[in-house]
Design a protein around this ligand. Sequence first.
Ligand code: ACO
Ligand code: ZN
Length: 440
Amino acid sequence: MVSIDNGAATANGHAAAAAKAAVSDGAVYPLASQANGAQPENDSSRKRKMTSLPLEVGTRVNCRWRDGKYHPVKVIERRKLPSGGANDYEYYVHYTEFNRRLDEWVKLEQLDLNSVETDVDEKVEDKVTSLKMTRHQKRKIDETHVEGHEELDAASLREHEEFTKVKNIATIELGRYEIETWYFSPFPPEYNDCTKLFFCEFCLNFMKRKEQLQRHMRKCDLKHPPGDEIYRNGTLSMFEVDGKKNKVYGQNLCYLAKLFLDHKTLYYDVDLFLFYVLCECDDRGCHMVGYFSKEKHSEESYNLACILTLPPYQRKGYGKFLIAFSYELSKKEGKVGTPERPLSDLGLLSYRGYWTRVLLDILKKHKGNISIKELSDMTAIKAEDILSTLQSLELIQYRKGQHVICADPKVLDRHLKAAGRGGLEVDVSKLIWTPYKEQS
Ligand code: ACO
Ligand code: ZN
């Protein structure tokens, strides 16, 4: 399976720091052409002499990344170094081959000035000099429930990217972990001067300073998310939190989650959502590892709005557990469900893996014909998602005006192997839950 680098997010950030040190330890690295032994007066060095500093926003250039190699980037923003001279800037760059979560501030030494393409992207520069947001956009950004924004047109989407282009909070402390963030999150204006925030891991209140958090922890009497524990299996617990009853918790969770979710907009209306918070429990309390949110009433048959596994807990099967859990709730409701769109790259990988495993397990065991509708009834997976999964695996053929599933056992085994590990199982016998009903 291809690995998508998540950026560093590890216990106490040690590996993260180590990985970063390779590119930002203050050492002066040779430019790529010098490292390759290029002659001083060749074409590229002449080009370099012509490159004027500081680089413009929109410039395309190669940048030395944490893997030690050069990758193409686009300069998204620049800022003057406090102690530096007139040309001493650092640059916020987007690696054009990678997801936005890997955008970062880099020093000039990391850039190969021989590779500069001076054609500044005018659209970006215009936006930088005159950053204007429509009132509609401002409202969307300011609000605090996370929701897909596929309804945004291309222009609004560009505005969204413009406003959220530079990460505001670089790291957070949460429980035992220091975590590097991935994306911008619209914290209230009083946090504008912060690059690090300290979260109470239980009530999710966030603070600017460690001492504030320590004082808070002495007073905070929560040891698990507010709400009802609806599932416990060994050390794993799931809590259902009603956004209406626990508004501040819901909003805090959204602010936190947005740090790891890109194409989502925040809405204040947490009242309309339930939050399913997954925890690992020990004698110190129940520590959140991830969550998903779900609309209380969804007209589009969404059974999940946003899903997140906190970076230190990723790739351990919790994502598939959360997805499986969302379908178990749908089964109890007697409905089919689908995740809200758009899916992120990692969201799609996780869903595809889950759908493949669930559907192919059934096809392997099933004797005789089976229809998409039957598969949907058995799994609570929406028919469109079943069709797209089977089509992507080339298991569907169109014969005599009908879709037919072709399930050769050897082919199924091959796909199942490629779909990765099954993830943590949801033991339905441990789920004590009734579907949401509005209380009068
Ligand atoms: N590189 C390659 N494959 C990956 C990666 C990665 N970094 N992360 C997940 N996958 C794939 C793998 O196939 C993996 O299965 P495997 O480990 O058996 O190979 C599968 O996805 C899921 O792995 P899990 O361990 O079950 O999932 P995880 O706990 O890592 O959570 C999640 C997945 C929730 C998508 C996580 O990556 C995350 O929180 N990402 C940030 C937020 C996000 O993008 N959420 C989805 C947005 S869409 C929506 O909310 C509707
Ligand atoms: Zn607290």
